[in-house]
Design a protein around this ligand. Structure first.
Ligand code: NDP
Ligand code: 8X3
Length: 259
């Protein structure tokens, strides 16, 4: 496979764990320059060290809270000062909070999901686009979910925030038509990362139960899809990838074996 990402500047949000960290590592394998953001700076520093060891052209980290406009703008200013350009933007930061039905839902959980999963993408894209527009061939990949396509009980706000991601992706694709920039969404089903620990507020037993009897997607599987989409030639835009583990045919249809 041709490597079109060597020496490109890739900005990954939510790079401190899960898909974002693994995408950074796989981009490092291809010799990209990395701009990594998340709230946990100690974890970011560890990921950057991994990336340097794996052959990144360079790996830089800066604190980022996509729920805070001032933080996003400061991050974009830092990216401009550090790199001067962005070729690949991975809007990955986000997650789920809670599994309550609407009648029991909490404002703080709903607001956190919309802040990161929907508004975060808008804020980061707005701040970073000036660094991308002078360089046709760049690509924005947003991380959606099967949840943005199919709603399920206990997922109202999460599903809605991911449906919003889908609409934002489509609108951006239209708005950037003619600029040479590409926009796509990568929509995984269940994948074992810190996602369920965050969603279930640190309850490890409940988080482990999500994956019981299933071989879920890994962060590496999803990162491979992200990197593959990013590595297409400039005239090819991967609009969307929907991927689930073999045992999951739909959010409600998961085949669980013994053990
Ligand atoms: P993880 O919990 O492992 O990673 C989430 C990442 O997002 C962390 O790096 C976290 O960093 C970052 N993040 C969360 N909120 C913010 C914020 N406000 N500002 C900056 N960074 C933030 O989960 P995943 O890797 O699984 O999740 C990544 C994305 O994939 C999310 O958008 C999630 O909704 C989506 N997804 C996950 C699936 C799954 O089953 N795992 C399936 C489909 C989609 P920090 O806490 O350090 O800020
Ligand atoms: C995460 C996948 O099925 O838990 O987006 O909503 S699911």
């Amino acid at each position: 496979m041709s490597n079109r990402l060597k020496d490109k500047w890739a900005l990954v949000t939510g790079a401190s764990s899960g898909f974002g960290a693994e995408t950074a590592r796989q981009l490092a394998d291809l010799g990209a320059n990395l701009l990594l953001g998340a709230r946990r700076e100690d974890r970011l520093a560890q990921v950057a060290a991994d990336c340097q060891a794996r052959g990144a052209a360079s790996a830089h980290v800066h604190k980022l809270d996509v729920a805070d406009t001032a933080s996003v703008n400061a991050f974009a200013d830092w990216a401009k000062a550090t790199a001067g350009r962005v070729d690949l933007l991975i809007n990955n930061a986000g997650g789920a909070h809670g599994v309550e039905r609407v009648e029991d839902g909490r404002d703080a959980d709903w607001e956190a999901m919309f802040q990161s999963n929907a508004l975060g993408i808008l804020r980061v894209s707005r701040a970073v686009l000036p660094l991308m527009k002078p360089h046709p061939g760049g690509i924005i990949l947003n991380i959606g979910s099967i949840a943005g396509r199919v709603a399920y009980e206990g997922g109202s706000a999460y599903c809605a925030s991911k449906a919003a991601e889908r609409s934002i992706t489509k609108a951006l694709r239209l708005e950037l038509n003619g600029t040479g920039l590409r926009v796509g969404t990568i929509d995984p089903g269940m994948a074992e990362t810190e996602f369920s620990m965050v969603r279930l507020k640190g309850d490890k037993e409940k988080a482990d139960a999500v994956y019981a009897g299933v071989e879920p997607l890994t962060a590496g599987d999803v990162a491979e899809a992200i990197v593959w989409a990013a590595n297409r030639p400039p005239h090819v835009c991967i609009d969307e990838i929907l991927m689930m583990c073999t045992a999951q045919a739909a959010p409600h249809k998961v085949h669980r074996g013994e053990g």
